[in-house]
Design a protein around this ligand. Structure first.
Ligand code: NDP
Ligand code: 8X3
Length: 247
């Protein structure tokens, strides 16, 4: 029987690349996101390549929607908690509470709702793997990023604590903390301002969703006795949240 991988936020960027890469490894894919047409296109692409894909269209901020979509699933071997966003890049005194709510509700509470629904099935099975997509923002708070950084600090803390919680149930917990990855992330952060989004990657060869998916593919193929607790991935031109060498 195929192993089943549930990937949140599979309509774009890291999540979409991860769904395609895991399908190539033989996983049955359960892809989630809010944009139904994107999910449908992903399903068609995976099936055209000989894989299997189910799609679940819901908002991870809605706990009842998470339960309704995920509770009926019989088996999940791998959960990739990827859905997330940054909204706005502002000093705290000019920040928008709507942006703050979106980040905390998605990056922290959404991850928790999905995890709370999925992990009991893993505990009952006595096996499973959860991979949380954190960020370098989860350990390096930077100017203009207070709430995004806080949300990713929360993901970092949750990842460490849930690894301990799930240890005795034989469930691996890994966290991937990328630096700059060119996806729709910056377009979303700047509320659709393409010029500001593109400027993020000026003079840099950033990571791609495929690069992160490759790391996930490596992690899930490790032997049962080996786990990657935490991995930080950056472009070669980035040394941290404050250090980017632009050419
Ligand atoms: P994208 O904007 O390309 O993808 C984000 C994905 O999250 C989309 O599929 C989107 O789907 C989904 N999503 C967002 N909000 C919700 C929601 N409320 N409910 C369900 N799904 C949602 O960005 P990335 O691929 O870059 O981001 C993926 C993760 O990687 C995020 O957690 C981000 O914080 C993290 N990250 C990104 C980095 C980067 O530089 N790009 C670096 C470090 C971490 P839809 O809109 O269809 O719902
Ligand atoms: C995304 C990377 O540097 O914008 O998490 O926080 S950064």
């Amino acid at each position: 029987m195929k192993k089943q991988a549930l990937i949140t936020g599979a309509t774009s960027g890291i999540g979409r690349a991860t769904a395609l890469r895991l399908a190539s490894l033989g996983y049955g894919i359960i892809a989630t996101g809010r944009r139904a047409e994107r999910l449908e296109a992903l399903r068609a692409e995976i099936e055209a390549a000989g894989g299997t894909c189910r799609t679940l269209c819901f908002d991870v901020r809605d706990e009842q929607a998470c339960i309704a979509a995920l509770e009926p699933l019989e088996r999940i071997d791998l959960l990739v908690n990827n859905a997330g966003l940054a909204a706005g890049l502002e000093h705290i005194d000019r920040g928008s509470s709507a942006d703050w709510d979106a980040m905390i509700d998605t990056n922290v509470k959404g991850l928790l709702y999905v995890t709370r629904t999925v992990t009991p099935k893993m505990v009952a099975a006595g096996s499973g793997h959860v991979i949380n997509i954190g960020s370098i923002a989860g350990t390096e708070p930077y100017e203009n990023g207070a709430v995004y950084c806080a949300s990713k600090h929360a993901v970092h803390a949750i990842s460490q604590a849930m690894r301990a919680d799930l240890l005795q149930s034989g469930i691996k917990v890994s966290e991937i903390r990328p630096g700059m990855v060119e996806t729709e992330f910056s377009l979303v952060r700047f509320h659709g301002d393409r010029r500001r989004a593109d400027d993020t990657y000026r003079g840099v060869t950033p990571l791609t969703g495929d690069d992160i998916a490759e790391a996930i593919a490596w992690i899930v193929q490790l032997p049962a006795h080996m786990n990657v607790n935490d991995i930080v991935l950056m472009p070669s031109q980035q040394a941290g949240a404050y250090y980017t060498h632009r050419k």
